[in-house]
Design a protein. Structure first.
Length: 379
């Protein structure tokens, strides 16, 4: 079965290496915790309100600094670890990381009082508490998860590219390097705009259960490179010159279009939440529907579709699938399949939640004004 799937190369570790791979996420989490606590950070105010004080919560952010240092340590081989280690050990790391996050979830969930009507297993999956912050808000669990997960996503992708180059040398597939570059840019962009994350769905609404902890650390950090598990062992697809140019120029262009849509939508929402009267980019007037003491933004990118940022993520995922140049290989499409499934289901949940948050009447008014869910004119 493993050979049929084309991932036999990920099971070639010795017993000692397999054990080391299993415990890699634990070591990474400990090291990142120490580094994040020691390095300086900037204090910012987020969107979430502390129910005890009634004030917006403070966060200490230093993700960009952690990311840059981790990249340098990996690039210069300062730990003595082979550059392809993270990729070669990824299956064992996912297994070990899943066990680790299950333990963390048990502690995070069952240390909190139960919620009325919530089954114990559902609580383990979904969580009970929305926030965990320690050491006078010096350490926030959600932001820590995304610092570790995001940085490891980039390092795992780069490690896979190193493995691929070691395998094929001059016959390497440039699409593998595009893939690693896309994900590294994606993570770098996240850390440059780290404060914007404080105004997004996960931080505002998600509880700290297995879903978020495993998702933030292991799915984001290790499993987002899933296409590489199957595609790292394929050489350059050998396109002829005209099609090669279309492929190598078109996929980065599609990626940048997707990034622009997603980043633009998130920045417009962030600007509106912080400065409701400010024009986005100095051009787009903020139009909204008043729903009690809340406002529903319905101009600019958020007037084109109710979740246009998901469309941007979809273009990004499509660029990843096309970048490998093996269009009939299912491995290349695994990330796109995951993203489409995730955001269609999340969009449906968002619709139900927003109807409760803003009121059925006001949300119906918004839906009448902004008719499309994700893709203007289509869906």
């Amino acid at each position: 079965m493993i050979e049929w799937l084309g991932i036999g190369h990920l099971f070639e570790l010795s017993r000692t290496e397999a054990i080391a791979g299993f415990f890699t996420p634990l070591v990474i989490c400990v090291v990142f915790f120490a580094v994040q606590m020691v390095l300086p950070g900037r204090r910012v105010t987020g969107y979430v309100v502390n129910p005890v004080t009634g004030e917006r919560r403070d966060y200490r952010l230093n993700g960009l600094l952690v990311f840059v240092i981790a990249q340098a340590v990996w690039a210069f081989g300062l730990t003595g670890m082979p550059h392809d280690w993270f990729y070669r050990s990824s299956v064992y790391a996912v297994a070990g990381g899943t066990v680790l996050t299950a333990i963390l979830a048990v502690v995070a969930v069952y240390s909190q009082p139960p919620r009325e009507g919530q089954h114990a297993l559902h609580a383990l999956w979904d969580g009970r508490a929305r926030e965990f912050s320690f050491f006078n808000s010096r350490f926030d669990v959600k932001m820590y998860l995304y610092v570790v997960g995001g940085t490891m996503l980039s390092l795992n992708a780069l490690s896979g590219a190193a493995y691929h180059h070691g395998l094929f040398g001059d016959a390497s597939n440039p699409g593998v390097f595009l893939f690693a570059g896309f994900l590294t840019f994606y993570v770098l962009d996240y850390f440059i705009f780290e404060r914007v994350q404080l105004y997004t769905y996960d931080v505002i609404h998600e509880n700290l259960g297995f879903k978020l902890i495993w998702g933030g650390l292991i799915v984001y950090g290790w499993l987002y490179i899933l296409p590489l598990w199957g595609m790292a062992v394929y050489p350059d697809p050998g396109f002829s010159s005209p099609w090669r140019l279309v492929w190598l120029i078109g996929t980065p262009a599609l990626f940048l279009i997707g990034w622009g849509i997603a980043r633009g939508a998130n920045m417009q929402k962030y600007t509106f939440k912080r400065w409701p009267e400010r024009k986005f980019l100095g051009l787009i007037e903020p139009e909204f529907i008043q729903a009690g003491d809340r406002k529903i933004l319905c101009s600019g990118l958020w007037g084109a579709a109710r979740h246009l940022n998901y469309l941007g993520e979809g273009f990004f995922a499509l660029a990843i699938a096309l970048a490998f140049g093996y269009f009939a290989n299912l491995w290349a499409w695994t990330y796109l399949i995951f993203i489409v499934g995730l955001f269609i289901s999340r969009q449906r949940f968002d619709e139900r939640y927003c109807a409760e948050k803003y009121g059925e009447e006001k949300w119906a008014e918004y839906r009448a004004r902004v008719k499309w869910r994700i893709i203007p004119g289509v869906y």
